[in-house]
Write a protein that binds this ligand. Structure first.
Ligand code: NAP
Length: 258
């Protein structure tokens, strides 16, 4: 049984990549705190299932099929949000694709372009259309999802992913400064390995999986809900003086040196 609170009643939260993994856990967390939720992603069936889960728990949500690499789709997403709920208070720009562990000189240009288009331009395009809507609502909070690979280099998940996530950290800092005095706070979370379909696929090889999973000092990988709780904290008034920060959610991954 999940408890519900009213911390975010009358608030509207948008979650990209909200039909799976970290995004789904965060969409559910926003709804449990009373927010109306807009879920965006490409797969419609999974999107409808996420909406049903929220409705089953007594919350309110809609799904808007969206490819975040497409500016018109991101504009439509915000338009549909305002049409249905009249305002936008919170956005979790979480949609992303995994990397390929191929050295830079051998890396496919097409894969590079698509990874950057989704993971970095997708966050830029999302914010570009969200910010004017938030300004009209009197302010808001954006949380972007990067990775520990946005703070450090790594052979896996490869150069395009690492570059895209470093870009998300830099974009967050720049936009945070630009909008801090207009009532919009913008922060970025940097998870290590979190148990989701993406991580299951990336760490399918048992030997490699054991090695990477063993690098979390806390002795286990993270749960999607452990990212969701940080995102909702950052959106809450408890985080009212936090903007432009990068928050590792990593069980000590960045401290652990073997
Ligand atoms: N799991 C980890 O260990 C980990 C660690 C650090 C950071 N992250 C980041 O966390 C975010 C969520 O990943 P996850 O682990 O929760 O994996 P996931 O379960 O595979 O979720 C990825 C989400 O992104 C959506 N998505 C992918 N491409 C999209 C596009 N072009 N337009 C709109 N939505 C798109 C997917 O939905 P559709 O396929 O339906 O579009 C899905 O909802 C990603 O940005 C990832 O890089 C994950």
């Amino acid at each position: 049984m999940n408890s519900r609170t009213s911390r975010f009643s009358d608030k509207v939260a948008l979650v990209t990549g909200g039909n799976s993994g970290i995004g789904l856990a965060t969409a559910l967390a926003f709804a449990r705190e009373g927010a109306a939720v807009v879920i965006a992603a490409r797969r419609e069936e999974e999107g409808r299932e996420a909406v049903s889960r929220i409705a089953d728990e007594g919350g309110e949500a809609i799904f808007v099929a969206t490819d975040v690499a497409d500016s018109r789709a991101c504009k439509n997403l915000v338009g549909r949000t305002l049409e249905r709920f009249g305002r936008l208070d919170f956005a979790f720009n979480n949609a992303g694709v995994s990397g390929r562990a191929i050295p830079a000189a051998d890396f496919s240009e097409a894969v590079w372009d698509r990874t950057l288009a989704v993971n970095l331009s997708g966050v830029f395009l999302s914010m570009k259309h969200q910010i004017p809507a938030m300004l009209k609502s009197g302010g808001g909070v954006i949380v972007n999802n990067a990775s520990v690979a946005g703070l450090n280099g790594a052979r896996v998940p490869g150069c395009a992913y690492v570059a895209s996530k470093h870009g998300v950290v830099g974009l967050t800092k720049a936009a945070a400064v630009e909008y801090a005095d207009q009532g919009i706070r913008i922060n970025v979370v940097c998870p290590a390995v979190i148990k989701t379909p993406m991580a299951e696929a990336a760490f399918a090889d048992p030997v490699f999986r054991k090695k990477v999973y063993g690098q979390h000092a806390i002795g286990r990988v993270g749960e999607p809900e452990e990212v969701a709780s940080v995102v909702t904290f950052l959106c809450s008034d408890d985080a009212s003086f936090l903007t432009g920060i990068s928050v590792p959610i990593d069980g000590g991954f960045l401290l652990f040196q073997n």
